[in-house]
Design a protein around this ligand. Structure first.
Ligand SMILES: NC(=O)c1ccc[n+]([C@@H]2O[C@H](COP(=O)([O-])OP(=O)(O)OC[C@H]3O[C@@H](n4cnc5c(N)ncnc54)[C@H](OP(=O)(O)O)[C@@H]3O)[C@@H](O)[C@H]2O)c1
Length: 255
């Protein structure tokens, strides 16, 4: 393949747990993709290998992400506000840990303004496809995750999803179930809509599978202008998903 037939893809949140996997896998497929990563700090850049294709920028500051986005064909958004546990929690004493968001790093600033900044910059740069990874649970304003650190995280994520769907840019919105640090490629993947999967036993998925679906969605028209919930059957039950075109073809919802 000549360079002109490769697509240039930026993974943001490339130092995050799913972002790292997506960034690494794209780089492994260098016959098809020219890969870039965006991380927030030089430390995160070092953590993922420190290559020149890793840009350091803060999605809350539009100016700092322009150079990473300039010239890309596709953007995979894997940034998210990250709740921190309040110090002093002792599991031996029972109860639940409390969480907080750092000042300026609430979901409103990261999952809404930060994602919006990326979408706006991508639109200005003529990006042809945006994949946004969000979370299941967004149909329920009273979902317990919204009380976490008073962040309303699912509400702000949903607002960014709507902004992307209204942007006019071809998009894929992936609303993942509970993320697991388990091996990918071993499970049958399930797509759904309107949080219906949350009422079933299958509402988790390995981060590696979410990363793979994000990448695969770049390859198929069937994934464009689609929004879907994503989970997996337990390993050993069902047939591991290999045909992503068929998976994306099952999705009918645009939002
Ligand atoms: N946890 C779950 O069970 C679950 C379930 C469903 C969906 N999801 C969603 O799935 C996605 C991936 O989750 P994950 O656990 O793999 O992610 P993660 O490890 O929490 O990574 C999030 C990344 O976003 C980056 N980030 C945060 N603020 C930023 C900023 N202002 N500028 C640039 N980068 C910034 C972080 O960088 P730093 O490392 O520098 O802070 C981090 O690398 C997230 O949207 C998450 O909400 C999670």
């Amino acid at each position: 393949m000549s360079d002109s037939s490769k697509i240039t893809v930026l993974v943001t949140g490339a130092g995050g747990r799913t972002g790292q996997i997506a960034y690494r896998r794209l780089k492994e497929r260098s016959d098809k993709y020219i890969t870039r990563g965006l991380v927030r700090t030089p430390e995160s850049k070092e953590k993922i290998g420190g290559a020149d294709d890793v840009h350091v920028g803060d999605i809350r500051n539009s100016d700092s992400i322009v150079s990473a986005i300039q010239g890309i064909d596709a953007l995979i958004i894997l940034t998210s506000a990250v709740p921190k546990m309040k110090p002093g929690f002792d599991p031996a004493k029972g109860g639940r840990p409390e969480f907080f968001f750092e000042d300026g790093a609430y979901p409103e600033q990261v999952d809404w303004i930060g994602q919006k900044n990326q979408i706006d910059a991508a639109k200005a740069a003529g990006v042809k496809h945006i994949v946004l990874v969000g979370s299941m649970g967004g149909t329920n304003a009273n979902h317990p995750l919204n009380s976490l650190g008073n962040g309303n995280i699912l509400i702000w994520k949903r607002k960014a999803e709507q902004y992307l769907a209204d942007s006019g840019i071809p998009y894929t919105i992936i609303r993942a179930g509970g993320l697991q640090d388990k091996e990918g490629g071993l499970r049958e993947l399930l797509v759904g809509k309107d949080d219906e999967l949350l009422n079933t036993e299958t509402r988790t998925i390995p981060r590696a599978d979410v990363a793979e679906v994000s990448i695969q969605s770049l390859n198929f028209e069937e994934a464009k202008f689609k929004a879907f919930d994503l989970a997996s059957k337990p390993e050993g039950s069902g047939t591991p998903t290999k045909d992503f075109k068929a998976l994306f073809s099952q999705i009918t919802a645009r939002f």
